[in-house]
Design a protein around this ligand. Structure first.
Ligand code: CAA
Length: 465
């Protein structure tokens, strides 16, 4: 049975920190953010927003847009790494909010859990719900998968320049208008790692930045290798002599902790894909140097990172490779449009990959490219660590949705934060009733109980008309 994404909606907080102001405050060259990382604005949550109300706002948008009643939703999954309760799932809060609009008990029939595996959990949630539909369990109801996160790092840390926040809601069914997932090719890799993690009670993660970058690339490559094996085995792809996956995947959507990570990941995967093809000789001539090899090619990630001679040469090779016509053409045609939204919004953890998908649809459509029948490859990565690679094909009906997409209108009017407001919000110095913006037609957090021990942690939300 077919299954895939029928529609997609985003909710992005309307406060933002400007990269130039941020760089000045931290004594950084703004070009490091804008050119080096691809960050020009970071969406920041107000004092009356948490990841549950971002998720509920995205769900409400998609339901209202499609005139859906709760009766038509069979499952509501939330994937997040910004969880605030060790037991009560974030979906229960989301359902509580939605029932303020649709009526008490209106979602009672609906199932779902909160999923966790850093930024990759949204992809696992999509996969599990796709299989619920494929198994014929859905009784013609939709699965609603919402990915929601607040990417928040310590003040003054290297991760602080890659923050953001927001939610993406995706409606899944058996006759999707946007994208139908390819069956039997979804592939994963997994390994116990400490590249990025957030111990109980800590609001911000512990991050080994460069290690996490490299681990992301390696894990995605491993999952891609398995994807390729399955795609050949199932006959999804018929690889002719001298071809690579690049000949069979029209667009690559990558997890985007910052926009340029998409470029970095593409360069790594393209090198991996072309290395054993006849084209590689031409590429090496274009690059003008041989591809460096680590002293211990079968060594650990730590041994590769500590091989400073290799790391320097590899960085030089990557920079030259990224300037070749071969890479530039692949980059422009397969990835560039997916990176645009991230530049002005920032990291959304679980939701980053799907904001990238949404970005690709909108900006390729604006370029006049016909997307019908195009295969999208998705490279999802979650620290800790696991990667998932899967794909799907764009349906003819996508035009009904894509022609209406407008990122700026969907976000609404945004307000630039001063450094002092940003730091107050970051350090949780403002109460929910001291929010900087007036909410309109959205859910907000009103109160978190922290006095009564009987009710500690209870959250109260309201829908503001
Ligand atoms: N002008 C132009 N470019 C500049 C520049 C300047 N003045 N200064 C630096 N740059 C370039 C650098 O050359 C570099 O480019 P390349 O990547 O192409 O080499 C880029 O800007 C970044 O510079 P650094 O590598 O020196 O940056 P950093 O080490 O200070 O921080 C980071 C980068 C490690 C990603 C850090 O922001 C961080 O820790 N972020 C959080 C962790 C993260 O995002 N990890 C990603 C993988 S894990 C994951 O994906 C899960 C998740 O969502 C977190």
């Amino acid at each position: 049975m077919a299954a895939g994404i029928d529609d997609i909606a985003i909710y992005i907080p309307r406060l933002f920190m400007d990269a130039g102001d941020f760089a000045e405050a931290r004594g950084l060259d703004p070009q490091k953010l804008v050119k080096g990382l691809g960050v020009s604005k970071m969406a920041i949550v107000d004092s009356n927003q948490d990841p549950a109300c971002l998720a509920a706002n995205a769900c409400l948008k998609i339901m209202q847009k499609n005139k859906l009643s709760p009766e038509e939703i069979g499952r509501l999954y939330v994937a997040t790494e910004s969880s605030f309760d060790e037991s009560k799932a974030m979906n229960s809060y989301v359902i509580g909010m939605l029932e303020q609009v649709y009526g008490a008990g209106s979602f009672q029939h609906c199932g779902g859990i909160e999923c966790k595996f850093a930024c990759v959990s949204g992809s696992y949630a999509l996969y599990d719900n796709t299989n619920w539909i494929r198994a014929g369990e859905s009784e013609d109801k939709y699965a609603l998968v919402v990915v929601s996160d607040i990417a928040k790092y310590d003040l003054g840390s290297s991760g602080e320049m890659t923050q953001g926040g927001g939610a993406v809601a995706m409606l899944l069914n058996d006759s999707p208008r946007l994208l139908e997932f390819d069956p039997k090719v979804t592939s994963t890799s997994i390994k116990n790692e400490y590249d990025f993690y957030r111990p109980f009670g800590k609001e911000t993660p512990i991050v080994h930045g460069q290690y996490s970058n490299l681990l992301y690339l390696i894990q995605v490559k491993n999952a891609l290798n398995d994807y390729k094996r399955k795609a050949l085995k199932t006959g999804l792809i018929d690889m002719k002599e001298g071809q690579s996956m690049l000949d069979h995947i029209d667009y690559f959507n990558m997890h985007l902790p910052y926009s340029n990570m998409g470029k970095k990941a593409l360069a790594y995967l393209v090198r991996h894909e072309l290395r054993n093809t006849p084209k590689w000789k031409e590429v090496i001539a274009e690059v003008g140097m041989e591809e460096p090899v680590p002293k211990d090619p079968r060594g650990t990630i730590e041994s590769i990172i500590s091989d400073s001679e290799f790391m320097t040469k590899d960085s030089e090779f990557t920079k030259r490779f990224a300037k070749t016509n071969t890479y530039q053409e692949i980059y422009e045609n397969k990835v560039a449009s997916s990176l645009i939204a991230s530049k002005s919004i920032g990291n959304l953890y679980t939701a980053s990959l799907y904001l990238g998908f949404r970005s690709c649809l909108e900006y390729e459509f604006q370029k006049g490219v016909s997307l019908e029948g195009k295969r999208f490859g998705f490279a999802s990565y979650g620290s800790g660590s696991s990667a998932m690679v899967f794909s799907g094909v764009i349906k003819p009906e996508h035009l009904q949705i894509v022609k209406e997409m407008n990122l700026e209108t969907e976000i609404g009017e945004r307000q630039k934060l001063s450094l002092s407001d940003y730091e107050e919000l970051h350090e949780n110095k403002l109460e929910p009733n001291q929010s900087l913006l007036h909410a309109k037609k959205e859910f907000v957090l009103e109160h978190v109980e922290n006095i009564s021990s009987e009710k500690r942690g209870e959250r109260r939300y309201a829908f503001i008309e």
